[in-house]
Design a protein around this ligand. Structure first.
Ligand SMILES: Nc1ncnc2c1ncn2[C@@H]1O[C@H](COP(=O)(O)OP(=O)(O)O)[C@@H](O)[C@H]1O
Ligand SMILES: [Mg+2]
Length: 358
């Protein structure tokens, strides 16, 4: 069989741009070269699409953008072409693409915007549909869908930026409904950007304003004290979807904030044994599958939980989880006997299957 052309998209107009560079470098490194012909396309922070033919290390350190060999290359939305339009030496050319691997995270990338473009192009792409991606990116929508399914999440209140003039009464509502402390986040964000703990009304107001600097909708949740546990999920249809063992985040800070995630080397992760005893592990895996199905996720997701004294809470669903050297998704899959190269190969196959290509 001839090699498939896989466009790996990375970067993006997202506050997780840098994390994407680290994920993409690994995805390119581990993608089996005997099966796939890799076409790396970076999206700059300003939204320019560039074909990047250089070394993968330059993706990781962010220098790829200044490489003089970069040339414009965009996905063609017209499904007749199923490919990219390249511009080089004053000439346009079209290159056929068999699969798109979006190695991106966060806004404009993981939230259905990019998936919408890919959907139009008719090219199979790894991961969930535009609708499922958008619903999982919006933490308020995730709450609404999953609570209907009977899945326990933190109690919450939400405020739109348009309603900022009623911030005082909102704070009263939060105090009455949730009490303090609370966790405040932008409805749509990632990598803990804009997430803060608030222990009183004053801190709450300031945290809500911080959340509004990242999104138009703020989510305030009761503060859950518990272990942070995550599970990796892979599959398309409920009957062939599987979950890995449960992993644990050992955060260097009280909350697993941006610093604790990507800067502080004292943060760690583990695959603990003790959570099997009281049924926590089983509950997490079953809840993860239920949530994955309810939200219509396809291909892959990492689903995050808190295990508190009074039980398990689902925190969030990441439809394009990190693939960096310290990321939990590939680690859990590796532990399940699926090393990175096989994982990427299987994710591509799942996407081709979903689009009826195999
Ligand atoms: N309700 C909550 N109670 C306590 N801590 C929370 C709560 N929600 C989030 N956190 C902390 O903040 C971190 C980031 O929040 P999260 O909802 O996972 O957003 P992101 O999409 O940015 O990862 C979590 O990993 C956790 O440490
Ligand atoms: Mg998170």
């Amino acid at each position: 069989m001839s090699k498939l052309n896989v466009a790996v998209l990375f970067g993006g107009v997202s506050n997780e741009h840098e994390i994407s560079l680290r994920s993409a470098a690994n995805i390119i490194r581990f993608m089996p070269k005997d099966k796939y012909n890799i076409i790396p396309i970076g999206i700059t922070k300003k939204g320019r699409w560039l074909f990047y033919p250089g070394d993968v290390s330059e993706i990781e350190n962010g220098n790829w953008e200044t490489n003089s060999d970069c040339t414009p290359a965009v996905i063609i939305p017209d499904p007749m072409y199923r490919g990219i339009l390249k511009y080089n030496d004053g000439k346009f050319s079209i290159e056929k693409i068999d699969v798109v691997y979006p190695a991106v995270h966060g806004k404009n990338c993981e939230d259905g915007i990019l998936q919408g473009v890919l959907e139009m192009s008719g090219i199979p792409y790894v991961g969930s549909s535009a609708l499922a991606s958008a619903t999982c990116m919006d933490k308020v929508l995730t709450h609404l869908v999953l609570e209907r399914e009977g899945i326990r999440m933190a109690k919450f209140c939400t405020l739109l930026r348009d309603d900022l003039d009623r911030l005082d009464s909102f704070c009263e509502e939060v105090e009455e409904k949730l009490g303090f402390p609370v966790c405040v986040k932008p409805a749509c964000s990632g990598s803990s950007v804009g997430v803060n703990k608030a222990s009183n009304a004053e801190e709450l107001k300031s945290a809500v304003k911080t959340a509004f600097s990242h999104d138009d909708k703020a989510l305030v949740e009761e503060y859950i004290v518990g272990r942070e546990l995550e599970v990796a999920v892979m599959g398309n249809s409920p009957s062939d979807t599987f979950t890995t063992s449960v992993g644990e985040i050992l955060s260097a800070n009280e909350m697993y904030d941006y610093e604790a995630k990507y800067v502080n080397t004292e943060s760690a992760s583990a695959i603990p044994d003790d959570i099997h005893e009281n049924g926590v592990s089983k509950e997490i895996k079953e809840t993860a599958l239920k949530a994955y199905k309810a939200l219509g996720c396809k291909g892959l997701s990492r689903i995050d939980f808190f295990a508190a004294k009074n039980g398990v809470y689902l925190n969030e669903i990441n439809t394009l989880p990190g693939f960096t050297n310290i990321s939990m998704y590939p680690k859990l899959m590796d532990d399940a006997g699926i090393p990175a190269s096989e994982l990427i190969d299987r994710l591509i196959k799942l996407c081709l299957e979903l689009h009826g290509e195999i």
